[in-house]
Design a protein around this ligand. Sequence first.
Ligand code: FAD
Length: 435
Amino acid sequence: MIKSRILILGAGLSGLSIAWHLNRMGVECRLFEKEGEVGGLCRSRNIRGFCFDYSGHLLHFNNRYAFDLIKSLLGNNLAEHQRSAWIYTYGRYIPYPFQANLYKLPEKIKQECLSGLIRASGGSRKKQKNNFLGWIEENFGQGIARNFLIPYNTKFWTISPQDMTCEWLDGFIPVPSLSQMLAGAVKASKDRFGYNAKFWYPKKGGIASLSNSLASSVKNIYTGCKVTGIDLARKEVKLSGSEKEKFDYLISTIPLPEIPALTGALPGRISDSFSRLRWNSVFNLNLGIDCKADKLKHWVYFPEKKIPFFRVGFFHNFSAYLTPQSKGSLYTEVSYPQGKEINDKMISRAKDALRKTGILNNAKICIQDINRIKYAYPIYDHNYALARSNILQFLRQKNIFSCGRYGSWRYLSMQDVILEARAAAKEVYGCLKKK
Ligand SMILES: Cc1cc2nc3c(=O)[nH]c(=O)nc-3n(C[C@H](O)[C@H](O)[C@H](O)COP(=O)(O)OP(=O)(O)OC[C@H]3O[C@@H](n4cnc5c(N)ncnc54)[C@H](O)[C@@H]3O)c2cc1C
């Protein structure tokens, strides 16, 4: 076992995965987690027989290593599903993705989308490299932009696509060929589009079973241990209870915007970079109900402003073990800009919208569970890349590896954080061997 003082801050999926990889390389480390349990966002809560995640947490894979690792951790407790995803707009359900299923739209809207598409296809595609609005209009035309991609993305990100770059896109929005989109204006397509056409989910125990399984083979996890300060000069972290721990290498998965409050004064250029980070937050209302409100759909996107949530998903269609028999459960997700508060009035607004859209109908609500996810999605605006790279370089010079979705400040999935964790563990191991 290599002995060096390696501390990991945060025992979410990233912290756990980094420790898991380091332990397998024969490297000892210690993890400090402020909550009373591990998992971070990759946790589940059990309330009277209902198992709720922090809104939907489904596993998507395009990497064999990540799949094999998760399969080895979950074994038979992992089921594969074919996505049933929809968009609710103009009072009807359109199969996802919108751009490949124009046939379902009211005739006038369909014509608008088609003429925009044909006009856009005359220009050179993908010319607008780093403006999200430009990318939308060039790939899909004004009609699809106006009727779905702009309103949905504005609602989801809480800023206009005009103010965003394309750095995060990386396959998140499917771009079918022109002929596939034209065919989809006539009839339902059999093609499966997008990174999430399939997904995997634990049969039992919710998504927490993944974090718990990792944690069971990681040593030295200290829960209920909040990091309250980082002394960059002394290479020391302060913990709640005023204990101090020295480090040679620090791996932090704490959200980047929290760092200045932990370190105290920073060089002007770095604190300016921190002040440029933007993010959105998500208000997540989970409901346990007395029936399986919908027996087919996995999740639905809502682009219209009059409906508060941007997405609803049906837990009971991910696994029969997430609810008591014959009961159902679902989640709603509302985005809001950083710094804004969402009060409990949102609960009744969301429930009203669930009834008006026919999702709840007369279902009786048995349980409600609320999560306010402060750091939900890092926002890729035009300051993002420079601010992030200044900060990460600065931290790295201080022997701090800032990792994870909120530590490396990227739109990372669970698969992505596992892959990033492996790379970070290898890098730390490389540094240790050089010493
Ligand atoms: C609404 C939403 C839906 C998502 N859906 C999916 C999905 O369907 N599929 C998918 O693959 N991914 C999904 N994700 C992404 C997924 O949640 C993340 O990629 C992953 O969980 C990030 O793990 P992490 O460890 O980097 O961060 P976190 O889970 O945030 O972990 C950070 C940990 O650090 C701890 N911490 C913070 N401050 C301190 C401190 N001062 N001291 C000690 N500990 C501290 C926290 O308590 C936490 O446990 C979703 C994310 C959101 C927000």
